[in-house]
Design a protein around this ligand. Structure first.
Ligand SMILES: Cc1ncc(COP(=O)(O)O)c(C=O)c1O
Length: 417
């Protein structure tokens, strides 16, 4: 190819981004047919019933009133003053369970995932995650010379499949010294599943089992990007109770995102966090993460960090932000449960959903189903083994209408097969 001097590894097959492709089709259909006649359930941003982006008013106000210096000057690589404490408050409130917590800012949760995949595995090693996962996990692994391997997410009772995880860990442990397990809970993207504290305790048991080999290093990475859209604060944090007294050859890291909890998707801020039992291990974590930051994106957007600190370190502002977010949480929960109720009535099977932005309808030929749904003006995201519907972006009325249409189209496709 003339003028193409990309290195071999960069000449990879380019697949179209299915989410943005489906979304632009939906937008074109809305232009032609009108908003009320199209169900655009593709994107992961929260829209109100008028189709406007849902942004916490307090966050908007703090950004608009920020001084030029705060807005435009460089932030320290390890975060603006108070950043660490602010992340701790956002994640744990006033009960940090005795962990030594270090938080290094990253461009969104996505940047935090990058740091974990790069720093906790060696070249060619595999990350383990659930069979239903957020698509970019795979790309982040491949971009950094790692692989993504999955295990079946649900058992026959619709709970978290600890047996399948055990098998996958055994298989990976045969091949590599390090194990990195990424679990996206609560309110998993794309299923809306939330692991119970007992299931988290089961995961910890498995980590203990494989950590008996002292040569092995095991990292559990909890991607809690949707934690504030799950149950209420204390309930959604119960999973952290299970993570204490871990063996010395293990570490727990957390992906923190401001995109959902603080509605700042475009302001690209999050953090990679460690829940360390010791000061020494926390310091090592921080050194490795800040080196990685300096050598990739350098520092992270200052105004976003400042908003987090201002809100989380001021009790009144924190209360105000929490109560504004609570309204959003209730709207999304209501929409999700409306979809589920209607799915039940229509006989449409869904993956076990508890809370959050997304619901998955399992289906083998997901691309075909998503395509056929577009003819009915329903736009969804095809996954490997199902389609993703987004109650976060669709009115309650459309959440009520969609399951019947999906079921009808599925039956039609099955009739044609
Ligand atoms: C499961 C999951 N993890 C992490 C992220 C990262 O989001 P961001 O980089 O916007 O913080 C997302 C965003 O959609 C997500 O769905």
């Amino acid at each position: 190819m003339r003028y193409v001097t990309l290195a071999d590894h960069a000449l990879r097959p380019q697949q179209k981004d299915k989410i943005f492709e489906a979304s632009s089709r939906a937008k074109a259909a809305i232009k032609e047919l009108g908003e009320e006649n199209v169900i655009n359930s593709t994107l992961g941003e929260c829209l109100d019933d008028e189709g406007r982006l849902m942004v916490l008013p307090l966050v908007e106000e703090r950004i608009r009133s920020m001084s030029i210096e705060e807005m435009f000057s460089y932030a320290p690589i390890a975060g603006v003053q108070g950043f660490n404490k602010a992340v701790e408050v956002a994640l744990f409130g006033d009960n940090n369970r005795g962990f030594v917590i270090e938080a290094v800012p990253t461009p969104g949760g996505c940047g935090a995932l990058r740091h974990v995949v790069w720093n906790y595995l060696d070249m060619g090693e595999a990350v383990i995650t659930t069979e239903f996962y957020w698509g970019p996990y795979k790309g982040i692994c491949e971009e950094h010379g790692r692989k993504l391997e999955t295990f079946s997410m649900f058992n026959s009772q619709g709970g978290f499949n600890l047996e399948a995880l055990d098998e996958k860990m055994a298989e990976v442990a045969e091949r590599q010294k390090q194990i990195l397990l990424i679990l996206n809970t609560p309110a998993n993207n794309p299923t809306g599943y939330t692991m119970t504290p007992q299931e988290m305790a089961g995961v910890v048991e498995l980590i203990r089992k494989y950590a008996k080999d002292e040569e092995r290093k095991i990292t559990l990475c909890l991607d809690v990007s949707y934690i504030d859209y799950d149950a209420e604060f204390e309930e959604s944090r119960r999973i952290f109770d299970e993570l204490t007294d871990m063996p010395e050859n293990t570490m727990v890291t957390v992906i923190f995102s401001m995109s959902k909890s603080f509605t700042m998707c475009g302001l690209r801020c999050g953090a990679i966090v460690c829940l360390s039992p010791t000061e020494e291990a926390a310091r090592c974590f921080k050194d490795a993460m800040t080196f990685s930051s300096r050598s990739t994106w350098s520092n992270v957007i200052r105004p976003a960090q400042k908003v987090l600190v201002d809100i989380c370190l001021d009790e009144d502002l924190k209360r105000e932000a929490d109560s504004q977010r609570e309204k959003f949480r209730q709207i999304i929960t209501k929409r999700g449960h409306t979809f589920l109720e209607e799915a039940g009535r229509a006989g449409l099977a869904c993956c076990p959903y508890k809370h959050g932005f997304f619901i998955t309808v399992p289906y083998e030929n997901a691309d075909k189903l998503a395509q056929a749904l577009q003819e009915e003006q329903v736009y969804v995201v095809p996954l490997v083994k199902g389609i993703r519907f987004s109650p976060c972006a669709v009115t309650e009325e459309k959440c009520r209408r969609a399951p019947g249409i999906i079921k009808r189209v599925m039956e039609r496709l099955e009739g044609e097969a």
